[in-house]
Design a protein. Sequence first.
Length: 342
Amino acid sequence: MDLYVIATELAKDKSFGVFFIVADYGQPPQEIYQEVTLLKSVDFGQNSLVGAWKIWKALGKIDADIYFAETASPGIPLISLFCKMKNKYFIYRTASERECNGEYIRKYPLLAGLYKWALRNASKVITQNKTDIDHLHKTTRVRSITIPNGHWLGIPNQKPRNTILWVGRSDRIKRPDLFVKLAQVLPNHSFTMICQKATNDTAYEDLLSKTSQVRNLQFIKRVPFQEIDRYFAQAVVFVNTSDSEGFPNTFVQACQCGTPILSLKVNPDDFLNRYQCGLCAEGDWDRFVSQFQQLQDPETAKSYGENGRKYAEEHHDIRKIIEQYKTIFQHLVEKKQERNRQ
C-alpha cells in the first residue's frame, strides 16, 4: 500500500514515468492503472529460479533510471544486483522494525550477507521512523534517512462510532489472535476484524474457525483500499496487536479519520504519547485492557481522535511527502546526466 500511494501520486507529475512490477495473478502482461504502468512478473506458485528470471526480465524491459523497492526479501539483492550491473540507481525503503533491528538478519542468516550487500549498494535507504535509522546503522552499518508514510487525507464522513476495529493481514507478526482474545474478554463490546489472508499462511482457516465462535466479533476477509476509510470512521477505537512494525499505514488511516489508537506494543518514535493520538501498553496485557476502558470515555476518545487528525495533516499528507521523493529522484537523475557529460 505504501508504494501504491507513492507511485500513483508521483504519476500525477507528467515529468515522471512510473512503472510497477507486480506478481502474476492471471492478469494481462501489461496494464495501466491511475497513470502507472503495471508489468506482470513472478508467479508465486512456480519455481523460485523461474520467478527470479521473470523479475529480472521485467526490470530490463522497463529500463528505468531509478528502481525503488520496499520490504526485505530474496528479491532485494536481485534488484540491487541488476542496478549494479546495468548502472542504474537503487533506492530501498524499509517496511518494518525487524528489517532494521537485526531480527530479519538473525531469522534468515543465509540471506543476511546478501541483504546487507544490497542495502550498502543502494543510492538511498529510507526508513519509516527515526528510531530505525539508528537500528539499521547498528546492524548493517548503512546510513539512512526517514520519510513518513504518505496518505491522501480526505475529509472522512462522520458516522456513528459503534465498533472496535482491527485491520491487517493474517501474518503471525500482526498477532490477530490477540484481537480475538480481546473480544472474548470484553463480550459487551462490538468488534470488527478485517483480516486478509497473508501469503503462504497455513493457519488462516483456523483463524476463521476461531473467530466464528466469538459472537461479538464480525470477521471480514477483505475490504478494497478505496472503501476502508468508512470502517475507520465508524470505529470507537482502532486496535493494533502487532509484535513489530515500521510505521503502520493503519495508524495514519486511523488518525486521518479521527479515530484514537490503542496499541499493545507498537509505538514508533513514541508518537502516540508525543502527539496524544492514542495509548500504548508497551506489551503489558493487563495495561492494554485497562487502556481500552479509558478510551471508552467519549470525551477522552474525541480528544485523542482530534489530535490524531491534526498529526496526520502535519506529518503524512502525500502531497507534501511526494515532494521529498521528487527531490531525491531529480537529484539522482541530474547526477547521472552530469556524469554522462564528463
